[in-house]
Design a protein around this ligand. Structure first.
Ligand code: GUN
Ligand code: ZN
Length: 411
């Protein structure tokens, strides 16, 4: 596997298999065919038995767009499975010490490389990711993910209170460093105030200004646990949680809000009006016992939904298992679960849309060559619901190859 910025191959590569294809007005369907990639993009999609000779794949292979993770923490990949604590204690006991190690830029760079390779091995080709408060390390994370061909957004975390001293940066200094982040390759910086607990009013308002000046994606956490909501009320003069972000100018159609479990109707209405996204993180919510998000309620309030692994709050790195977690959470709430096709769409085209990545998430001519090739060992096509069978039986060992921007990055 290549670990550096590889030149985009100029000759065509042809992949054959059962293609996960968008169908206008009807979601997704699976059809035998071939994907032709050239110059970093999908040049053509041929449906049917005939077409150019395949370099890889067969009618037994499953080919889908690369997965998109809408909420993930890069410095937390070695902290998966630290159990038995609720959110605020877990942050202080497990997560902040892990993030403090990113003070060392070389450590951050090495870990970002490891994380990038893991993401690719699970089929994830685009992310909205948190780094840490350390500017040089956040820049290193942007650079390293870009070198691996991954697309999306990576943010220097902003915190100026309620965390260990070594992880705090005063608002002025933190914001000025965040404004100097540089995008690289397919990764853009993101404005990343961690959450209203660890950010003063000055920090939040400065983050809002930075977002307006740069047009970068905003990512933060919102209403994950009841204890967190109570603390935000105490720290922000009794305001409701969503209103705190609204007053700081942080809510817009490029805002990704992790969790959003314990929101009042008027908060959901506000998010809908602003066009902000909730990044639903079902596997994290279960692991940290934060509560079960009511996706159906948020959607009927008009809020758009993305989906995130939230590693290490979530123990699963595979977006396919996170998608399954989304179905299971809806069942737990007693609401209509998303169909398997909706779940596959969420982790591909749906999340790409949430991240503003209009040229990925679909096997379509003109889209980036972000593709996963897998060889399932089950008879999923004979099942009553083939995409459901594939999702529930999914095995990462099936993944034979992952392409980012037309370059093979895994397998
Ligand atoms: N809220 C603030 N920071 C975090 C974090 O790192 N993970 C999760 N799950 N929730 C948070
Ligand atoms: Zn998170």
């Amino acid at each position: 596997m290549s670990t550096s910025e590889s030149p985009t191959p100029s000759s065509a590569i042809v992949l054959e298999g059962q293609l996960l294809l968008p169908v206008t007005g009807r979601g997704l369907e699976v059809a035998l065919g071939r994907v032709v990639m050239r110059g970093g993009v999908i040049e053509a999609v041929h449906v049917g038995e005939s077409g150019p000779r395949a370099d890889l794949g067969s009618p037994e292979h499953f080919i889908c767009p690369g997965f998109v993770d809408a909420h993930v923490h890069l410095p937390q990949f070695d902290s998966i499975g630290v159990d038995g604590m609720e959110l605020l204690e877990w942050l202080h006991q497990a997560i902040f010490p892990a993030e403090a190690k990113w003070e060392d830029e070389r450590y951050a760079s090495e870990m970002s490389g490891r994380v990038a390779r893991q993401l690719l091995s699970f089929g994830t080709t685009a992310v909205a990711a948190y780094a840490t408060v350390h500017p040089a390390s956040a820049q290193a994370a942007i650079d390293v993910l870009a070198e691996h061909g991954i697309a999306g957004h990576v943010g220097q975390v902003l915190m100026d209170r309620e965390a260990p001293a070594e992880l705090l940066l005063p608002a002025r200094e933190a914001l000025s460093a965040a404004g100097r982040m540089r995008g690289r390759g397919r990764i853009q910086p993101a404005v990343t105030p961690r959450f209203a607990v660890t950010c003063s009013r000055e920090m939040l308002e400065g983050a809002g200004r930075l977002a307006r000046e740069t047009g970068w994606v905003v990512q933060t956490h919102l209403s994950e646990t009841r204890a967190e909501c109570a603390l935000v009320k105490r720290l922000h003069g009794g305001e409701n949680y969503a209103e705190v972000y609204e007053r700081a100018g942080l809510l817009g159609h490029r805002t990704l809000l992790g969790h959003g479990i314990h929101l009042a109707d008027e908060e959901l209405g506000l998010l809908a009006m602003r066009g902000a996204w909730i990044a639903h993180c079902p596997t994290a919510n279960r692991f940290l016992r934060a509560g079960t998000f009511d996706r159906a309620r948020a959607m009927s309030a008009g809020v758009k939904i993305a989906l995130g692994s939230d590693v290490a709050g979530g123990p699963d790195r595979s977006m396919v298992r996170v998608a399954r977690g989304m179905i299971e959470a809806a069942k737990e709430r007693g609401t209509r679960p998303p169909t398997s096709a909706e779940a596959w769409w969420q982790i591909t085209g749906g999340n790409a849309w949430a991240l503003g990545l209009v040229d990925t998430g679909r096997l379509e001519a003109g889209c980036a060559g972000d593709v996963v090739v897998a060889r399932p060992d089950s008879r999923w096509r004979e099942a009553a619901d083939p995409l459901g069978a594939l999702m529930y039986a999914w095995d990462d060992r099936w993944v034979e190859g992952v392409w980012c921007g037309g370059t093979r990055r895994y397998g």
